[in-house]
Design a protein around this ligand. Structure first.
Ligand code: FAD
Length: 482
């Protein structure tokens, strides 16, 4: 771990009680929760890194109620932490003494337009709900991440979520036309634009996307839809090393153009622990290989024979010595089974003891060098460390995860987390990369941000925070150091 939890904020009990009474009178007492049993699941995150505290969890039902709560808190000087599905991986959604505001009840799809290819969704809709709404209209909402059943659109926007199809469709910022936001003083900014073209000044929506709740609370968004794909082919390839994966990536992109939707890389160690620990995982290739690529092609043209395109491309790659073996899924079930091998890779590491994780990105062309050099440095630092570097090679985002040496004490291993952060993040920075590709900064990386972010960029971020939230009441202690 890299960053320590902020000091809990202490609130005046009398003022707090008056505030909660006011809020209960507006949104209903049943939606102001103070019972420890009700609060408990909202005060820890999935990795168990932080234990939060809050005087109450409030659950407004619509934008006006969110605005009322935030204005009342501002008047009382009480900070607010917004929480969506609580699946975030950097602790941004955990309160430390602040009031916790759940978006759960803002869960309506307000509108879906298949001509404009837009959906207007409230912040508390789950990602899955929006995917289903799009599918029902013959469209695609392409954000796809492992937590999609429980994460919410507001959380996806606030972390600028990425996932497996960024290569083709971009991340949340690129999937959004407009936002509705409750500002830290309770004003509502209605920026629900559906326009592709709108050059009327600063791109305000981009400030709130990826802000992790530090500039206000997103209550709704206009999201982009796409025509639904009507042909799909998924392939698993056994290869020698990440350098070969890069050649293969270029070859596939040249052959398939923007039909290349996903290009993931996985090491043998990762594949073997998935097969060992995750129920329902099936070895798809006859032999083991040092590395694997999972590639997905999709097309909106129903007659595109993507399997044939893939096979022709792989035949040429095989002759060039880039591929050792390949399998192409020929049914939805086979394609899903291949994806399951990749999707289970993070969970499988839990069975191998302590795991030190890095969510980093470098330019795509530098991924092979990054992996080789990081492996060399980490293995020299701790002989026996087991490296699981996998992820979205097609967009340069590698989950550089390190499982403890077999037999080592887990706590002693995890105590070295910051040593590995320096090794991995210094290398990433030297390659022009980012220490957070898709999970954000939250608490986990807020002490590291000043080491790696451009000084002027940090000054601009602090100035924006002061301008939008001068009293520091919106998700305090996250992203920026106080
Ligand atoms: P939360 O965890 O509730 O909150 C995250 C942050 O957003 C917090 O700072 C919170 O304060 C803020 N926030 C929440 N709602 C709002 C709002 N309405 N307005 C303002 N701020 C708000 N992430 C990826 O990018 N790509 C992946 O592939 C991916 N895979 C994952 C797989 C698994 C199994 C898990 C557990 C997580 C994964 N994640 C991934 C991380 C996580 O799911 C995403 O960050 C997700 O977008 C968070 O959504 P949430 O609703 O759970 O937000």
């Amino acid at each position: 771990m890299s960053s320590h939890a902020p000091q809990p904020i202490l609130l005046d009990a009398v003022r707090l009680s008056g505030l909660l009474d006011r809020i209960a009178a507006r949104i209903g007492a049943a939606h102001v929760r103070t019972d420890a049993h009700d609060l408990a699941p909202h005060l820890v995150e999935g990795r168990g890194l932080y234990q939060g505290t809050t005087p109450a969890l409030v659950e407004p039902a619509n934008t006006e109620e969110v605005a009322f709560v935030v204005a009342a808190c501002a008047e009382a000087g009480v900070p607010v932490v917004p929480q969506g599905g609580n699946t975030g991986l950097v602790g941004g959604q955990v309160p430390f003494g602040a009031l916790l505001l759940s978006l759960r009840r803002l869960n309506r799809v307000r509108d879906l337009d298949p001509v404009d290819l837009t959906v207007v969704a409230e912040a508390g809709c789950t990602l899955y709900q929006v995917q289903q709404a799009a599918e029902g209209a013959g469209c695609l909402f392409p954000l796809s991440i492992g937590s999609e059943g429980s994460c919410q659109i507001g959380g996806n926007l606030s972390t600028n979520a990425g996932g497996t199809a960024v290569l083709r469709y971009g991340n949340m910022r690129e999937l959004t036309f407009g936002l509705e936001v409750v500002l830290p003083d309770g004003r509502i900014w209605n920026g629900l634009s559906r326009l592709r073209k709108d050059n009327t000044g600063y791109a305000l929506k981009d400030l709130f996307i990826g802000a992790e709740g530090t500039l206000g609370i997103i209550t709704a968004a206009v999201l982009r839809l796409f025509p639904a794909p009507r042909a799909r082919a998924t392939a698993l390839l056994g290869i020698a090393d990440p350098e070969t994966a890069l050649s293969l990536f270029r070859r596939l992109r040249n052959a398939a153009g923007d039909s290349l939707t996903g290009f993931e890389i996985m090491p043998d160690f990762g594949m073997e622990i998935v097969l060992k620990h995750m129920p329902g995982s099936v070895r798809a290739l006859a032999e083991r290989h040092p590395w694997y690529v999972l590639a997905e092609l999709t097309s909106t043209r129903p007659n595109d024979d993507l399997s044939q395109l893939a096979l022709d491309t792989f035949e040429a790659a095989f002759e060039a010595g880039e591929i050792e073996d390949a399998v192409v899924g020929s049914s939805e079930a086979q394609c899903d089974a291949l994806w399951k091998l990749r999707e289970d890779m993070s969970d499988a590491q839990k069975f191998e003891g302590g795991s030190i994780k890095h969510d980093v990105s470098v330019p795509v062309s530098k991924v092979p060098y990054f992996i080789a050099e990081a492996n060399r440095l980490c293995e020299a630092h701790m002989p026996g460390i087991r490296i699981c570097a996998f992820g979205h090679m097609g967009d340069g985002n590698i989950h550089y995860n390190l499982s403890q040496p077999e037999g080592m004490d887990k706590a002693a291993y995890l105590a070295t987390w910051e040593e590995f952060n320096r090794i991995v993040h210094d290398l990433v920075a030297s390659l022009g990369g980012s220490i957070s590709a898709e999970h954000g900064i939250g608490i986990l990386k807020r002490e590291e941000l000043p080491m790696y972010k451009d000084k002027v960029a940090l000054e601009l971020m602090a100035a924006i925070k002061r301008a939008v939230d001068p009293r520091g009441l919106s998700n305090p202690g996250k992203v920026l150091l106080d």
